[in-house]
Design a protein around this ligand. Structure first.
Ligand code: ZN
Length: 355
């Protein structure tokens, strides 16, 4: 964690500002402040505690339960008894969010460092983001000095790809896969990584000049709510872009729904092996991303199958529906982008006009 990240993050319960206590640091060199490897973030308003471990702020409801025990020697040494008590507090993740978290953790643990993910390498991913996530009014050369967020950054290839071309960029993701994203891109002086959920994003309202989220919110228990939670942290005048799964033909929807009724109940490690075996099916049921053996190797194709078959929650949407979401959250200049359903809009300058 870079010390300046604290300017941008807030308590997930009350949106209070946070205080940082650093326990272990590592030199970054090049005149940059030391990296905070282990520490504690505390809400100045409600006292909620969030651990920092392996250089990453952990900002889920159960983060103190998961990561707090590793901090106990430091909490004892510094007399941080209130924070220590929160390790046993009843701050469990909901079973729904836990399912999502664990599914993607395994995915990025197994495939997060592949050179091609969803059929694209870093350069192709960057071009894809430019074509599908950038609003027609945005120009990449204007991104320097802007505050950018990728909500649900997964493997982290996009944060890494954008880092050299933009201002501060924050990627957050619900699972331990955030360690992969961190490993990929934390060397840049302007990249930041947080473990957090799109349903409880740890930011003040109206924070980001540009927020994008690709293939994430449709994996939550409430896609529309996740859309709204992200919309509210975009600043008026800022841009918001998402990609969600489109509704396809009836045959595709029926067959895949039946298949997922089975696969989402399988032990994930069993499904991992099944996905290695069913790669040829991508020629019959093409992946949304277009990933196939023509642009990826067998192993990389199996990741795409896993990505589709493992997460319990997966919703499909029409263009009209997504357009209405943008309108309801006070966005204008709404534009569809080429890859269905990619859509982007600009937040209106008068956020209180919402009725
Ligand atoms: Zn708080």
């Amino acid at each position: 964690m870079k010390p300046k990240l604290i300017e941008y993050i807030r308590c997930i319960y009350c949106r209070g500002g946070l205080e940082l206590k650093a326990f272990e640091t590592a030199p970054r060199g090049g005149g940059e402040p030391d990296e905070i490897m282990t520490g504690l973030l505390s809400c100045k308003h409600c006292g909620a505690a969030y651990p920092v471990t392996s250089g990453i702020p952990r900002m889920l409801r159960d983060s103190m339960n998961d990561h707090g025990p590793a901090l106990i020697p430091f909490l004892d040494k510094h007399g941080l008894t209130d924070a220590k008590k929160q390790i046993s507090a009843k701050n469990e993740l909901s079973p729904e969010i836990r399912q999502v978290k664990e599914s993607f953790e395994l995915q990025w643990e197994k495939w997060g460092m592949e050179s091609r993910i969803f059929g694209m390498d870093k350069k192709e991913n960057f071009d894809h983001v430019l074509a599908n996530m950038f609003h027609p009014d945005m120009k990449i050369d204007e991104m320097k000095g802007r505050l950018i967020c990728e909500a649900g950054c997964g493997h982290g290839m996009l944060v890494e790809a954008l880092a050299e071309r933009c201002g501060e960029i924050i990627g957050f993701d619900v699972g331990e896969g955030i360690r992969v994203a961190y490993a990929r891109g934390n060397e840049f002086p302007n990249t930041h990584y947080i473990q957090a959920s799109v349903l409880t994003p740890p930011f003040e309202k109206s924070t980001f000049d540009f927020l994008f989220s690709r293939g994430v919110i449709h994996h939550t228990p409430n896609t529309r709510l996740a859309f709204a939670k992200l919309a509210e942290i975009v600043t008026p005048g800022g841009y918001y872009s998402i990609w969600v799964y489109p509704i396809r033909g009836a045959a595709f929807e029926t067959v895949t729904k039946a298949a997922r009724a089975v696969t989402t109940r399988l032990p994930r490690k069993t499904l991992y092996h099944i996905c290695r075996a069913i790669v040829p099916l991508l020629t019959i049921f093409p992946a949304y991303s277009g990933t196939s053996l023509k642009n990826s190797n067998w192993r990389q194709c199996s990741q795409v199958a896993f990505d589709f078959l493992a997460p319990k929650y997966q919703t499909h949407h029409s263009e009209q529906e997504v357009r209405e979401w943008f309108e309801e959250e006070c966005f204008d200049k709404i534009a569809s982008r080429p890859d269905p359903i990619s859509m982007t809009g600009r937040k209106r300058n008068v956020p209180t006009e919402k009725t």
